[in-house]
Structure formats: structure tokens, C-alpha cells
Design a protein around this ligand. Sequence first.
Ligand code: HEM
Length: 299
Amino acid sequence: MKKVIYMFIATLALASVALATESQIWGEMRIPNILGYGQEETLKLGALFTLLQSKYFAWIFLAVLIGVPSVFFLHYKLVGPKVFPHSHKKHYAFNLFHRTVHQIAAVSFLVLIPTGFIIVFGDFFGGGTLVRMAKNLHGIFTIPFAIVVIPMALMWLKEALFNLEDVKWFMILGGYLSKEKQVINATQFNAGQKMWYWVAILGGITMILSGAIMFFLDFKMEMLHNLTGLSQIDLLRVAAILHNVMGFAVVALFITHVYMSMFAIKGAVHSIITGYVEEEEVKYLHNAWYKKLKEKGKF
Ligand code: HEM
């Protein structure tokens, strides 16, 4: 029942946003409406926006795209993956609802991120059909992510709350800098996983809203104007700056999430496919959670 309610909330939230729009979104009114965005009351963000957009954003995205995987390639070569036997007991940690929500988010991101890069490097790709297609795919695959982001937020909220143990985890980066298998006193989600949760959820929602403002460019956003006092053109510029800056964090943490779950711990990816986590992996990397599961006779 709870799950049906989560889905219902998400669908409602989306429906209400769609209903809020009242202007002609597509076709011939699009550009003329933008031209109507006189400079009245504008924060004159034009100069800052053009500077960031033309001089910094693309280079920072390139640095994330090359830098983050390079660091993990080095980690894999110098420290290597943690290997735990998969022959011991297992615990059912992710039910069908968790995995369905997760996989929808995963597939969305596997389209959103590459198409986002094609848009950022639109000139390099020569503009035209490829970039236009990437832009439309980017818009379309936002929808499934927008539907699952609230259910994901609610289903893992309790596990994602930080505690004092997380400070210790950050100080030793969860033991991932040493080849040795250390017992880490983390709960079900360690501090790194909690950080990804909050960036994926809060960052994801920021990307959806700022992206929607840019995608629907011309619909009159009276409510937002009254709320922020920003003119239409400034709302667009703030949305673009937010989408880029939050994009740096979401992309960097997404690459980290994929590396941690597919390479840093051998075979960990199975947990989000089958729902089962391995006893040894939980015992070493999530020892506080392991003790709780032991008490409940789960292991
Ligand atoms: C191809 C992409 C992805 C892969 C291979 C992947 C893999 C995994 C795996 C194996 C787990 C379970 C980790 C554990 O045993 O605790 C997991 C958990 C999780 N995933 Fe993903 N995931 C992907 C994409 C995403 C996306 C796009 C999001 C959200 C936008 C996401 C959000 C989460 C969260 C919040 C968790 C729980 C906390 C954590 O383990 O980090 N994942 N994922």
C-alpha cells in the first residue's frame, strides 16, 4: 500500500507541474516570447552568464569527464578492488520496488549524462541534428527520472541519514585507500553512499527544475517571478548556471557511484540486480549494520 502511495505522490507532483504551465510551449510563439523578456528589473546576469558559459562550464565538465575516471583508474591499478567470497550467507537488502526504482533512475542517467555532454560540447559536435536529438532525448529521459526521484528519496531516507560514525568513515575514506580488508563500522549505507544519495536526490531535483525552466523556455513563470522577484530572463540565466554547477557534482558522484558499485568491490553490482548482499561484504564494510542483522538472526 505504502508503495502505491509513493508512486501516486510522484505522479501527482508531476501532473501538477504540467497543469501549472499555461503558455504555448512549442512552435512559433517560442522565440517571440523570449524577445519579450525586456531588461526590466533584470539583475543584468547576462555578462556573468556569458563569461561562465563561454569560458568555464565546458572546461570544468571536460575536467570531470577525464579527471574522475582517471583517478579511479589509478586507484584500481595501485590499490585494486576489494574481493569478498560470494559463497557465504546472503541477506535480502533491496526488494523489487527498490530495484525497479533504482534501475529506472540508472537507465535515465545513462541517457541523460551522455546527451548532456553532447549539448555542452554542441559546437564540437557541429550543432545540427545530433545536438537537437541529444536535447530532445535529454528532455524525454528526464521524465522517468522525475517520476522515480521522490520514491527513491522516500524509500532510502532512513538509511541515508548521517551519523557520527560517518565522520570517521570520511577520515579514512572507508578504508578504500589501503589494500588491507579493514572492518568498517558503517550502517547499511556508508558515508560515501549517503553523500551520493543526497547529491542524487537534491541535485537530481535541482537538475529537473532548472532543466525544465530551460526546456520550456517561454512559458510565463509568474509564480516563480513573484517568489524570487527575478525577471524571466534572469530566471533562465540562474537556471542555466544552477544546471551546470549542480551538473558538475551529479556527474562526478555518478561516475564515483558506478566505479564503487561495479569495480571497487568485486561483484557488488549483483546486490542491485538480485537484491541480495554478501555476508562477508556486509561484515567488513557495514559492520554496525551486520551486528544488527546478526541480532535479528538474518546471518
Ligand atoms: C549504471 C548505473 C548504476 C549502477 C551500476 C548502480 C549500482 C548500484 C549498486 C550495486 C547499488 C547497491 C550498493 C550496495 O550494495 O549497497 C546501488 C545503490 C544505490 N544507487 Fe545505484 N547504480 C547506478 C545508477 C544510479 C543512479 C542513476 C542513481 C540515482 C540517481 C542511483 C542511486 C543509488 C542509491 C541512492 C543507492 C543506495 C546508496 C548507495 O549504495 O550508493 N544509482 N547502485
